[in-house]
Design a protein around this ligand. Structure first.
Ligand code: AMP
Ligand code: ZN
Length: 463
């Protein structure tokens, strides 16, 4: 059976056919590095990683690109408001210069990658920065000019959406009320309300890059069009992002790339639903409470318990975050690791029936909640030997990425009384009972061991 994926382009489940046999090229819209990623953003990358792992598991080679937006993303996705990076510079008291920009981007690209590592996400081969692909971005704007898709306004070069016959084909855009969509300012002079900026002129000469149109920045959408083409070619196989990108960002990427070169940008468009915050709204910096992975770690949760929590929902289903739900996921994940650690380490075989069921589930638009259910069915199956369970779970973990083998709760060469205290201490950490956790650390110390808390759980060493 071949993998079926929901393609937003056709709004249907389609059998995936790669451009090149045995290879999949994927582009994932990456973070704007002006602040820490929140756990909603991270849902997008756990989804992308699960997709990559699934393809690899099924025998394909995967090339992944996650762009790093280090300029050009305005506070509103519809190209209005301040640049998010400029907002970040002001917040951190950094100079509004290209050097300041680099410092800010370095910092938050670094924290983003740390988050990916903690979530056991396989590192994409490419993390291109928008400011490193200026030549390709400018060439794309020029190509659009030559083909008659671009026009100039006092604040930049714009794309004329009325010139592209199938503009807005992704997700089926609804007609807009022109009188309400207009905004005051240079934007007001756009020929059509959905026109968007390709090159934004700088208002400050310390910022921006020289170009034939004047000092300025690439528009956010042009960055993705240029970098995906440079690194994956055009067309490439799969483009992903959160659902809010369908209407504007992804339709604009398609308009630019297909307008300039007359060929499809990407064959499959996959969109993940949102992580909702406690009040049921999209988790977003502009609204309500946002949480970072560090916030979860500070409360004693393992990052991989958050990965487990995400796998419990299908990527196309909105997921409500709550501490109770995360705690339930942490308990289940911990139990799974404990069971795994207790399985005999002998040469086991992979259970064919379970493997088939697991693969079919993933091939059905990446049904991860069902995949987790299969894991538990296997764990509880008394007809399967311990060694076969272990071998089969390890096989499944290639896709789930739960790092079952490196069990932070595992007790290798540690006396049983110490192991017991560590398990008790883990429970105290999850319950935020820090004084009990400290008390247990002291008891462990008296037995000759030092326990440390790390992002992936407790680590123990001999004192
Ligand atoms: P941004 O840095 O805002 O461009 O977002 C990076 C990625 O996170 C994009 O793919 C967004 O669609 C995605 N994203 C943002 N907020 C959420 C959320 N609450 N739930 C799931 N994905 C999100
Ligand atoms: Zn993008």
């Amino acid at each position: 059976m071949a993998i079926k994926l929901h393609n937003t382009l056709s709004n249907s489940l389609e059998e995936f056919k790669p451009i090149k046999r045995g290879h999949v090229g994927m582009y994932h819209c990456g973070p704007t590095v002006y602040d820490y990623a929140h756990i909603g953003n991270l849902r997008s990358y756990v989804f992308a990683d699960t997709l990559r792992r699934t393809f690899e598991y099924l025998g394909s080679e995967v090339t992944q690109v996650v762009n790093i937006t280090d300029i050009g993303h305005l506070t509103s996705d519809a190209d209005t408001g301040d640049d998010k990076m400029v907002k970040g510079l002001k917040r951190e008291g950094l100079p509004l210069t290209l050097n300041g920009l680099k410092k800010l981007a370095d910092k938050y690209e670094g924290t983003f990658k740390e988050d990916l590592k903690a979530l056991n996400i396989e590192m994409p081969q490419y993390f291109p920065r928008a400011t490193e692909y200026l030549a390709a971005e400018m060439a794309l704007v020029e190509a659009l000019e030559q083909k008659g898709f671009a026009y100039s306004l006092p604040d930049g070069i714009y794309f004329d959406t009325s010139k592209l016959e199938d503009y807005g084909k992704l997700g089926g855009l609804t007609p807009i009320d022109e009188s309400r969509s207009r905004v005051v300012g240079a934007e007001d002079q756009k020929r059509n309300p959905r026109d968007f900026v390709l090159w934004k002129l700088s208002y400050d000469d310390k910022m921006g890059f020289a170009s034939k149109w004047g000092r300025g920045f690439p528009g956010w959408h042009i960055e993705c069009s240029a970098m995906s083409r440079e690194l994956l070619g055009q067309p490439f196989d799969i483009h992903t992002g959160g659902i809010e990108h369908i209407a504007i960002h992804h339709n604009n990427e398609i308009a630019q790339s297909e307008g300039a070169f007359g060929t499809t940008l990407a064959n499959y468009w996959l969109h993940n639903e949102w992580l909702l915050n406690i009040t049921g709204e999209k988790m977003a910096k502009s609204k309500g409470e946002i949480l970072t992975l560090q916030n979860l770690i500070q409360k004693g949760f393992s990052p991989l318990a958050y990965r487990y929590f995400l796998l419990l929902s299908h990527y196309r289903t909105p997921t409500n975050f709550s501490w109770e739900a995360l705690e339930a996921a942490e308990n289940a994940y911990r139990k799974l690791k404990e069971i795994f650690a207790g399985l005999i380490r002998a040469n086991g075989g992979i259970e064919g029936g379970y493997k088939k069921e697991f693969e079919e589930t993933l091939e059905n638009d990446l049904n991860t909640p069902e995949a987790i259910a299969i894991v538990w069915k296997l764990v509880k199956d008394s007809n399967v030997s311990d060694e076969n369970k272990r071998a089969t779970l390890l096989e499944f973990d290639k896709v789930l990425g739960l790092d079952l083998e490196h069990n932070e709760y595992e007790v290798k060469d540690i006396p049983e009384d110490v192991a017991k205290l560590m398990n008790e201490r883990d429970k105290a950490r999850v319950a935020n009972d820090y004084s009990k956790a400290d008390e247990l650390r002291e008891k462990i110390k008296k037995l000759g061991f030092i326990v440390e808390d790390t992002p992936s759980g407790q680590k123990i060493s001999k004192s």
